[in-house]
Design a protein around this ligand. Sequence first.
Ligand code: E4P
Length: 217
Amino acid sequence: MKFFIDTANLEQIEQAQNMGILDGVTTNPSLMAKEGIKGKEQIMQRYKDICNIVDGPVSAEVFATDYDGMIKEGEELAAIDPKITVKLPCTKDGIRAVKYFKSKNIATNCTLIFSVGQALLAAKAGATFVSPFVGRLDDICEDGISLVGDIVKVFRTYGLKTQVLAASIRHTNHILKCLQVGADVATCPLKAIEGLLNHPLTDKGLDIFIKDAAKMQ
Ligand code: E4P
């Protein structure tokens, strides 16, 4: 499973990149706004900066909700760097835009996916990634991980090439569950990725080794 980091924060992206485990980045308008980014120039600059740090795909979400607006914005975003994946909402216009970018060989991430039916339409239109939102389904007492697993099963059954990118990952256990249901990618906050490292026996064992190593100095 690939690891994307779900942030527009350059320090966190650098930290994940320096760990050597980063496969890509996802952003959305809320994550960009959280960084205090304002206006087109700063938005474009932030995507350039992110692309300069990471080696893999960088999802840049359009703000427009109509087809023409999505195409115009998506083309501008895609022109920033070949690493840019145009992120489009799973609406009728969004699906049409996925199809358009597929015809131009531009990668897309169809976002705000909350059902297998939505994922299927995005895949049929040629999306590179679909993003089912795990945490937001859990928030309303539905099972986000089951949705990821159901989409994986359907895509495997019908040989659909679209990658299942589990989004709205809130904690480390979500990542482990994504592995179990076969997600292709999980996009995660840095803290959730770092949580994979934690084990008390590692800390205890290291402490003993440090003490014994000191005896030999
Ligand atoms: C990323 O692609 C999604 O936009 C993001 O994971 C949503 O996360 P949230 O539900 O925690 O806002």
